[in-house]
Design a protein around this ligand. Structure first.
Ligand SMILES: NC(=O)c1ccc[n+]([C@@H]2O[C@H](COP(=O)([O-])OP(=O)(O)OC[C@H]3O[C@@H](n4cnc5c(N)ncnc54)[C@H](O)[C@@H]3O)[C@@H](O)[C@H]2O)c1
Length: 269
């Protein structure tokens, strides 16, 4: 039987936790006994996640922080330590997408804004959290950076997002080497296509079309599936895993998909 009890009472911060993948990770952590600092720029939605966790008997608190602001990030880490007396982990999840456009059509202001959230935010989160994890003498410290498939593959019409996410993978690998001797694991999760508010209010038929294009198994990912991967990586079952960029994408980054030219009607329809 798989035992996730090693995560019980670990204290973790999750950024961008009011919605989507961050919300799913926070709920999964709290259900398994972790103490979660839910952080986001959307205070009302974030507080609702905290209420949901507490109503199920879990422990969580909200702290409003914009990951692109240094004073917010120091405040966030201080809040976690003051509230729970220690810090064991950080999930750098907050991120924004950019409009799809060819590279030369992005302005430098758009580049600066996206990188200040998707890359500098991750750097600052690690910078301040690592110090707190070290001071907490955590025996199971962990950093999880939510990158993207766009962090391991080039993507047409997504140059600035892709460059930020490649940067996140670079930060992850380098920091993993810095902190291995202090027993802090540093990993990146690279999601494929998950149904979150990042896709706006796209109708169901449009999402089905996205699934056909982006996912070899024909469906979009469920945010809870990222939650379970994040839980495993926060647990002591994963202490030997560090410096990796783990894809969770139904295989879409494994290679090129060619049109189906075979069938076995005697086995599958
Ligand atoms: N959903 C996908 O298909 C997908 C795929 C690959 C990677 N990702 C990555 O996963 C992460 C989560 O994305 P999601 O799909 O859950 O998006 P989402 O839009 O549903 O949630 C993102 C959350 O981040 C918060 N946020 C935005 N800017 C912030 C800031 N400056 N400071 C703090 N919080 C901020 C938002 O308020 C929101 O609650 C992002 O880093 C994204 O790039 C998502």
């Amino acid at each position: 039987m798989t035992d996730f009890s090693s995560v019980k009472d670990k204290v973790a911060i999750v950024t961008g936790a009011a919605d989507g993948l961050g919300k799913a990770i926070s709920l999964c952590y709290a259900e398994n006994g972790m103490k979660v600092v839910v952080s986001d720029i959307q205070a009302e939605k974030g507080m609702k996640i905290v209420d949901e966790i507490r109503s199920k008997g879990g422990e969580a608190s909200f702290y409003r922080a914009d990951v692109s602001k240094e004073e917010d990030m120091t405040g966030l880490v201080d809040f976690a330590v003051k509230t729970y007396g220690r810090l064991d982990g950080l999930v750098n999840n907050a991120g924004i997408a950019a409009e799809s456009r060819p590279t030369h059509e992005y302005s430098t202001a758009e580049f600066d804004r996206l990188l200040s959230i998707d890359l500098k935010g991750v750097f600052m989160g690690m910078k301040f959290a690592v110090e707190a994890i070290l001071k907490s003498k955590s025996s199971g410290g962990f950093i999880l950076n939510i990158a993207s498939l766009a962090g391991v593959l080039g993507n047409s019409s997504m140059a600035i997002y892709s460059s930020a996410k490649h940067g996140v993978v670079g930060l992850t690998k380098s920091a993993a080497l810095d902190y291995a001797r202090y027993n802090i694991t540093v990993n990146a999760i690279c999601p494929g296509t998950f149904r979150t508010s990042v896709w706006g209010q796209a109708p169901e038929e449009v999402m089905k079309e996205y699934a056909k294009i982006f996912s070899p198994n024909g469906r979009l990912g469920d945010p809870g599936e990222v939650g379970y991967l994040a839980l495993f990586l926060a647990s002591d079952l994963a202490r030997y895993i560090s410096g990796t960029a783990i894809t969770i994408d139904a295989g879409s980054s494994a290679g090129k998909i060619t049109p189906t030219i075979w069938s076995h009607p005697e086995i599958v329809d």
